[in-house]
Design a protein around this ligand. Structure first.
Ligand SMILES: [Zn+2]
Length: 468
């Protein structure tokens, strides 16, 4: 298995920390719960889901942690504006996050630690204390505690960032004058009036932790000093992940992460998603257009994680069509597989190419290419009655492995309303009579009811119509 490691900027052979146990530790940066997560956030979570499921298919045991950031500037501001306590404010978005995860069939992490949990706050304070004692952090005149990046020679290695550039560019905000270096980041932010009752006591006075130290504390608490894979979106690389390395390694003295994997951005209609552009979508926004979580999962999954993904409604329609092809294929295979197996029939299907494609830095395009080539070939064999029951069963077994990674199988058989079924029957009769005008009228009527008719080799098939 090979992955592109952001740290080395190279494709590297995957060698887990502990090959004998086949246990893999993964840390993934989770949501900041100040608003409903958008589909760009979920693209990254779906990439992480794909990673975990593929490792599991390959026989690894994955222990994954995803943190929930429930205290930071944005959550505090949101709670203040809403006039409710911080926890009440964040809980609604935490619940929404888990609801969306379920809709998109994203496997739950083993742990979802929350930053405000006292256990982790204590650990953050302890880590900051250690960093100060080692000269890696200092309390500035504004009473906040900062990491001293000049004392950590590897700072900037992950982002391939030149620190001298950081010194020479940009305006310095007023509150930044308290720091020794403009790149020094806050480990502990001293309390001010805007924070209201959001405060914890510390040896440096009341305040709250910085965002970066949350992840260092939670990952080392739950996964130990060293982990195999750390994931996130590309926008997490600097400063967040750079800071995580500095803090964790500054405390433990050990290499924090073996492989850094980052997911590229999601664009909408070729542009960056922004509320002001009206192209900002949450999962419920997409569902409101008549699409399912399964269809959105497919649309967010099908592009290689290191390539920017352009989300369009056209793409959602394509996702629906691709899934319909899978559904039809499975229905046909099941029909044949139910027949009696004769001696000497069939051959095994391993789906090896699918798995090898994913071994190659999660090459989902190649993996899906194999799947749809297989569908085309087996459909041809089915059309020509050349598929026997044993072969159909072998393909279904192969699909089971594939689907353990993709999780795209339809949950329920779609129930076609009686009215729609009756119209489809009338249309079929009209077609037999070569009454094309009537047939088109009926098709339009069916479409108005939210369905579409597809004329297949096995006769007309009804499917829910994509919203336009
Ligand atoms: Zn993080």
């Amino acid at each position: 298995m090979r992955f592109f490691n952001t740290y080395s900027r190279q494709i590297e052979e995957f060698e887990p920390r502990d090959p004998a146990s086949r246990q893999i530790k993964i840390y993934t940066c989770g949501p900041t719960v100040y608003s409903r997560a958008h589909i760009g956030n979920f693209r990254a979570y779906i990439f992480e889901d794909l990673l975990q499921r593929h490792l599991e298919l390959r026989g690894y045991k994955v222990h994954r942690v995803m943190n929930i950031t429930d205290v930071d500037d944005k959550t505090i501001r949101g709670a203040r504006v809403a006039g409710v306590p911080l926890q009440q404010f964040t809980t609604q978005f935490k619940d929404a996050f888990f609801e969306d995860m379920k809709t998109l069939r994203i496997k739950r992490a083993d742990e979802f630690p929350a930053a405000t949990d006292h256990h982790y706050i204590d650990r953050m304070i302890e880590m900051i204390g250690t960093l100060i004692s080692r000269g890696l952090a200092y309390q500035a005149d504004d009473e906040s505690v900062y990491f001293r990046i000049n004392k950590f020679p590897n700072y900037g290695k992950l982002a391939h960032f030149d620190l001298t550039q950081l010194q020479s560019t940009g305006r310095v905000k007023h509150d930044e004058y308290d720091k020794e270096h403009i790149g020094d980041f806050a480990l502990w932010k001293t309390w001010d009036e805007e924070d209201g009752d959001v405060r914890w006591d510390s040896p440096w006075g009341p305040g709250r932790p910085g965002w970066h130290i949350e992840c260092s504390a939670m990952s080392t608490a739950l996964l130990g000093d060293q982990i195999d894979i750390h994931c996130g979106g590309v926008d997490n690389i600097f400063p967040h992940h750079e800071a995580e390395i500095a803090q964790s390694e500054g405390v433990t003295g050990k290499k924090f992460v073996r492989y850094w994997l980052h997911c590229a951005h999601l664009l909408v209609d070729g542009q960056k998603m922004a509320k002001s552009l009206g192209n900002f979508y949450t999962v419920p926004d997409v569902l409101a257009k008549g699409y399912t979580g399964r269809e959105l999962r497919y649309a967010l999954l099908r592009v290689h994680y290191r390539v920017p993904l352009n989300f369009t409604w056209e793409g959602m329609k394509e996702a629906r069509e691709s899934l319909a092809r899978i559904d039809e294929w499975l229905t046909r295979l099941h029909e044949i597989a139910e027949k009696k197996i004769h001696k000497g029939e069939g051959k095994t299907q391993s789906g090896q190419q699918f798995e090898e494609a994913l071994d190659d830095d999660l090459n989902i395009s190649a993996a899906l290419g194999f799947l749809f080539d297989s569908i085309r070939e087996t459909n041809r064999a089915l059309d020509q009655n050349e598929m026997d029951a044993a072969s159909a069963k072998a393909w279904l077994n192969c699909w089971e492995r594939i689907n353990s990674v993709l999780d795209l199988e339809t949950e329920t058989k779609t129930v076609v309303p009686e009215e729609v079924a009756a119209l489809a029957k009338d249309r079929e009769n009209a077609r037999c009579e070569k009454n094309w005008k009537r047939s088109d009228e009926l098709r339009d009527r069916i479409s108005e009811l939210g369905w579409e008719v597809r004329d297949t080799k096995d006769g007309p098939k009804l499917a829910p119509r994509a919203a336009s």
